[in-house]
Design a binder for this molecule. Sequence first.
Ligand code: PEP
Ligand code: CO
Length: 450
Amino acid sequence: MAAAPVAWYPDAFAQRDAQQQPAWPDPAAVSAVRDTLRAFPPLVFAGEARNLREQLARVAEGRAFVLQAGDCAESFNDFSAITIREKLRILLQMSVVLTYGGSLPVVKIGRIAGQFAKPRSSPVERHGDVELPSFRGHIVHGDLFDAIERAPDPARMIQAYHQSAATLNLLRAFSKGGFADLQSVSTWNVAFVESSPEGRRYERLAGEIERALKFMAACGIDIGRQENLHQVDVYTSHEALLLDYEHPLTRKDSLTGDWYDCSAHMLWIGERTRALDGAHVEFARGIHNPIGLKLGPSATPDEVVALCDALDPDRVAGRLTLIVRMGATRVPEHLPGLIAAVRESGHPVVWSCDPMHANTVTAPSGHKTRRLDDVLAELEAFVHTCRANDAWPGGVHLEFTGEDVTECTGGSQVVLEEQLSHRYETLCDPRLNARQSLDLAFRLAELMRS
Ligand code: PEP
Ligand code: CO
């Protein structure tokens, strides 16, 4: 066992180096916003975060699968009941495909209701002779390439809080109030998906589920009383990047006395901010929410074990989800060493695959894009490598949208490189559209079954 953890207090991170933070022009204004956020109610409750940890513990034990998906960056401009509903719809469709196809319970986590802050490879963006701060998300500044827009404004953290609260409110209503009822499974198909091959495949599956429900009813099972058939648990998550937002929303749970970051149920640490002695790891170490940790191809077994020791000293199943994002060709080479080292260290982690972030390329048109084939190849390599190394391929972490965008190429209703500009709407990374997401879910269900 590792040495007893060093005592944690919520402000300790401020003594550490915090990467990827905006250069706020006015520290007094940031401080005032932090005070305002500190006085606001929590967005989620500690008990909900504990429930998610228990669900993730089942994933760690190989008895469930976790689907974590949503926008790369949520937008202040694209905020409506429809965009929230469409994202939930795809999440529900994908999880029903995986539950039915893979015969496994699926834990559903959105990258939603707080996924605003973005880490960037370069701190500046240059067009011609003009150089401005890179776009770090609507929680920091505007996305247009303009000096005034790109000036960091801490008041945006308040707007992010309110948008998150409204989003979460609607998600709770949809997931508990009838929309997510399994008896409505066939109504989740979106109009523009219906006529596609994967849309028709989904309709067949929905038909089978409806027949199974009727069969159960005919056998005398009171379908109306089975709560699990009529509502779902949808959890929220985002990258715990912007510490001036996360820290004031961190609260002590009155029941257990433990600290929770009440901005979301699950928080993750990104590939660029996972330094062992950095502020983000120090912050995440002391909050009791389930934590995700992104691992790129440079992560070494020793480094990963040290991070697991820091973030999960008590070896609690469901506490830590390791999200590998290496690129298809690198998975078979790098993942086995990580799996072996983590197993040896005794941390009961969830292994999840982010097949998006190491497969980003620039198309000749200049658009950042991802090929669905590369995404699927990484997912397949992940499942095979986990199996070959006696680890449970427990989850997938995706960037998607419920809209009919053209940001990633490929899929059965092929999006070609020349078509990327038709509906390229993302604020940051290219997302799978509704059809590509459904396509991926069917292929993943096949993989899990095989
Ligand atoms: C992201 O998930 O949007 C992201 C930036 O990921 P990563 O830290 O893995 O690059
Ligand atoms: Co992204």
